[in-house]
Design a protein around this ligand. Sequence first.
Ligand code: MN
Length: 719
Amino acid sequence: MIRQYELVEKVKSYDPDVDEDIINRAYVFAMKAHGSQKRASGEAYFSHPVEVAYKLTQYRLDAASIVTALLHDTVEDTDVTLDSIEASFGKEIRGLVDGVTKLSRLEGKSENLKQAENFRKLLIAMSEDLRVLLVKLADRLHNMETLSHIKNPEKRQRIARETLEIYAALAERIGMRNIKEELQDLAFTELYPEARESIVTRMQFLREQGAAEVEKTKEVLREKLAAAGLGNATIQGREKKPYSIWKKMETKKISFEQLSDIVAFRISVDTIAECYQALGVIHAEWHTIPGRFKDYISTPKSNGYQSIHTSVLGPAQQRVEIQIRSHDMDEVADYGLAAHWSYKQGANAGKDGKKMRWIRELLEILEQSDNPEEFLENTKLEMYQDQVFCFTPKGDILAFPRGATPVDFAYGVHSGVGDTCVGAKINGRIVPLRTLLKNGDQVEIITSKTQTPSPSWERFVVTGKARSEIRKHIRVSQRTEYITLGRAILSKTFKQEGEEFIEKMIEPHLPHFNKKTVEDVIAEVGEGVISRQQVFEVVIGQKKPLPPSGVTSMLSSLSNPFRRKKAEAGTPMPIKGLIPGMAIHYAGCCHPIPGDRIVGIVTTGKGITIHTMDCETLENYSDSPERWIDVAWERDQNDATNIGRLKVNVSNETASLATVTNVIARENGNISNFKIINRSMDFFEILIDVEVRDVRHLGNIIANLRSKAVVQSVERWQT
Ligand code: MN
């Protein structure tokens, strides 16, 4: 096991000013916390966090990362709490340890590998800080190195698959090539031992066959480069890893016999100019193999990787794969951007105390990269912060926009699940349907076959799918309401004219209305798109002006400014001010029709009943104002959008209310609410909400009202 002083010395070797004390304290803290716990290997458990910390020194990480590595399993596996970590090591370390702990809790949850991409995004979204991810990767690497001590083969396989699909891919994303290759090879050994064995054997054979070739190729390359003035170039023959050879064989459908090129040559020079100079030398000397040239110097990979790749037919007419790059680029290729910048910091930054500098520089450099989209996709840990990733009970993982709720989740699973959703459990606990989902939540939707979507859900869902499904349902129930209303309107209208309304009468006239069914016509009457007069004229075939619809004679004559034109697409109900989710009914006593002034009364168990404003039955509710709902027919588009509330006192005499509403109508005000708050023998006291363009508009209305004899007083009413 690595000793305390060895670890500290290692960190000091690249960061002479490091806070030794905090590393020493973390070492002792973790050792005490893990006490006599043992690993599967029988070793002291504490050896694991120390190994993880030591691995990170290879990447020259800061003291906070090293301390986090030492403490990373204490919260999950011992009785240490985050509070005690904060007390001893401060907020930053608490945040980092918390991050690693959260990631650890997700281990083993990625069973469904179709979901690997979402799972990787979840890990990145939850990491928030690159260092959390680095500690987690080092943790996984050490666990893979000691995987053979786990007895259960299924468990070993599961961990290996997860490593390959999730963690190796993550390492690749942040450019940690060494970690990536090690993770891949360890997982490969566990998952496909025979395939790996075959490749290793073949590589051994090729190595024996061509060992001299490698040396000879290096020698020729060295000579040619030196002749061109590049005597300082370093040339390495680097054997490829079994896993990457296997991958290549799979994707390129290469057989073992065809597998020949297991060594890649790397030419490292000092400057970018020398890279291109070296490339010129090689291309001038040997034939290039088409399709194999890539210039990642002028266009770096999104993880920061830079290099020129080319393949030529080499001195012995064999394929030679060559990578050309500067020494700096070498550093990045092997250790990732993190190591590169921490290295530069150690060498140059001195005592400027900016220990986070490498991360900032990393982000800055990437921000300036040519492909911002790819950058966002692959490097910045702020990526995916606008999303949340949640598990189904089966372990599938679904992505949602931030702000999503269990209803979004339900519709995300299946529209049938959304439609019948009655409740939700998050991580086993029942929660309200409007609860915001968090990363890593496991969500279970409770359904009931008799449930239908509640229109109130539309207020809090954020996904388009949920919204459109809910709207679809609202539209269906709306249509039912429109048809009911349309029937009532037409029956009443026909009756007033001494005719009987029979639905079939409309049928011959469907082409006139350009509708397919009678119900379509009736629904549009209910919606106010087709007027009752139109239907009457077409069906009965005579043109006589219709009187106002009887019951509401006083106010319905005011329908003029409120007459509805063709309804706008997407207009929800003909009535506004409704409470989404509450059923609405049209009162049988007064039969409100579009244009009538109306009010909603909340009835227990029935939802909202719409009455005309002057309906006599409203008196029954005068003692329970809490049941009154301000509603109005949806009106035409109009630029009047501000609401002024007026308190008006009028004489209780014939048509006095009509006078008030007429004045408002003539002034192009739209009454959105009209409420009698006091009705005595002599006076009505009413509150009127008027939609107006502006204060002057409202002022005109007030002045005109005051000019009427029946109006005793008018005042702006502020509540
Ligand atoms: Mn661990």
